[in-house]
Design a protein around this ligand. Sequence first.
Ligand SMILES: [Zn+2]
Length: 499
Amino acid sequence: MATIGQASCVIYVRMSQDRSGEELGVERHEKDCRKLAKKLNLNVEHVYSDNDQSATTGKPRPGFEAMLAAKPKAIVAWHQDRLLRLTKDLERVIDVGVPVYFVTSAENGLDLSSPAGRAVARTVAAWSQYEGEQKRLRQISKNQQLAEHGHWQFSLRPYGYQRVNGTIVQVPEEAEIILEGYERVLKGASYRELAMDWNRRGIKPLLGEQWKGSRVQRMLENSHYGGISSYKDEEVDLDEGKKIQWAPILTPRQWKDFRELKLNRKRKRSWAVTPKHLMSGMLSCGTCGGQMFTHLQDLKARTNTVNAKGHPIRVPVFREDGTRAKTTAYVCFNKHCASIRGEYVDALVRTVVLKKLADERVVKAMRPSDDALPLQNEIADLQRRRDDVTELVGEGLMDKAKAREKLADLSERLERAQAKLTAIREESPLSDIRLSESLPEKWDALAVLEKRRIIADLGLQLTINPASRGVRSVDPETGEKYTERAWALRRIAWELPEG
Ligand SMILES: [Zn+2]
């Protein structure tokens, strides 16, 4: 009971994310605070509390704010780190200029009225802020460990699942859509097709209104649906004796099929759909002007014997298993005037193109507005920020509604940047080439289609002249015998526009 003239105080309690029976903790804290108030002969006017699980964000605490606004005569709290999460919280309490008592240091309380008392308080606050930040770092490595223990960590629930009383359960109608997605993709449907179909059927994603191909893809590539634990999109192996903590939507067999298909599609995009040979259709026949295409023919080797016309006689080459060795040749498909071994032409083209590309000025002149690099940086940055948001929410350091808004915005910007980059790349693979330090390696790693685009961009023109009759097989200048290769190269005329 309050007695007349008795000084008053308020109590402040805060929930935090301790794993040791939290509710009990808060109740005990309040009891302890009341005991201390009684001992100090203070009348408790009000108990302010916050359900705030984090120690180090600047997230507003309504209870704390209300308490400061009420201008109490004194504050009683259990421990300094319950009242003050950040050093700046302390400064605000100092500004209020009232005595503050802590159960854990009740002997002399926190004397905010003297410089020495404030210095002690600031030191304590600085260290508890440090501890909070350390805890956050530990949390990040902890998430990896959780994944290895078979836990699926998410803050924004994934499509198809939700958390009910701490258990991850399927949302049946969404799980059905996901399964449908996998099944159709496995039968050859594209992600874009799926997105359009789902939009048409009024099926909505969790964020935003519309599906997009990229979004469907990203969703289906989530290994958790296939029962595989992962952390930051990387599949992780479970620690021994651990099991996944959710029911997968796919059977292991289905997930394996999907993963294989994904790899195949990646390969397909750069190879199967595209021309197999570097210059097929891009060479002109020096005799009739017709196009030359690749043709698989018997490999023949020149002998030292010459025929009546003085040409070396050529004989088929056999493989170890007795079959004839084959080689790819470019052949005039118009009148069959000429044919030339593919590897000779391709090697020459490689040399010419690399020499040209090595000249930075040339590439600059060709692509004055090359903005692939800044875009790549922007994309990396946006991806980082998206990961950060996800992480913050995962640790309860960011409000979910706010995160959802942020994520939607980031995803949208990411998609825009990626679309731009794709457009630039489709325009010309040269923009990628320029980002590379080692040109030859980069060139060799390019898909044939990309190489062909570059060759076309550069305007390289090749004509294959016929093997002229009566030619000597000896270089008139050096007197040396032409090699097969040198002999072939003599027939290639090429032109590359300047600038
Ligand atoms: Zn021809």
